[in-house]
Design a protein around this ligand. Sequence first.
Ligand SMILES: [Zn+2]
Length: 266
Amino acid sequence: MYQLNQIPSEAKIRQYLRQIIFGKNMFCPNCRSRNVYATQRRYRCRKCQIRFSLLSHTWLSNMKLPLQQFWLILWCWTVQIPVKQTIACTNLSEPTVRLWFDQFRTHLPVDEQILETVVQLDEAYFGGKRGYALLMGKQIGTRKLAYHILSEASPAKCDAAAFLQTYVKPGTILHTDGSGIYKKISDWWPVEHKVDIHKKFEFELTSEIEGMFGVYRTFIRRMYHHVTRDKFPNLVGEFCFRFSHPELFRNPRQYLLIALRLVPTA
Ligand SMILES: [Zn+2]
């Protein structure tokens, strides 16, 4: 493995993990007692007698990689190093790298946002004939996104209405293109609807959300190269999470603070 400046020493990583998972004071992950003591690299609870290690009660309990290699692959994922480059950098196989990237993505928290004020809503299609339709809304001028994936390639008005009812606050100004699925949508949910007619070259009202679809396609091509059909919903989730919360992707510590902590952040 390469020695890189952004990868801390093993001792430092252990210290980070301890702070991230347990906070200031060690506690028993089973009974929450603080009456625990360390024996070599493991811990034991005096109250309930269980033995535990730093990772034994987290989703990393089965991790077999040396800590520095783990930190390197997580660093690659957080800063969007392409899969191919990550393989070359970590000396791990492609299935292993993809599996770890899947793991990191799976453990992102659920991020359901209600959009308000002025929202652009648009749909895009992925994966060819038997592909998916993606409905995505963006609160303009902000990093707030909401999305819904439909397994059939052509969304209907009820899908657009359901999207608004779930993710858009009543009273919002809604910008869409002239697609039939949005026609008279304000009869189904209280929004002030404004329409772009694409044929007349009026792209202004939906420019931000159309930009997002472009950024998504670039992100997938650059980082993952290709994606299998079953991963599509998760990848859209990862993309939106990265866009809405860039601070979590600055380095592995920021991500792990949200994804690995045993106690809620104060
Ligand atoms: Zn205990």
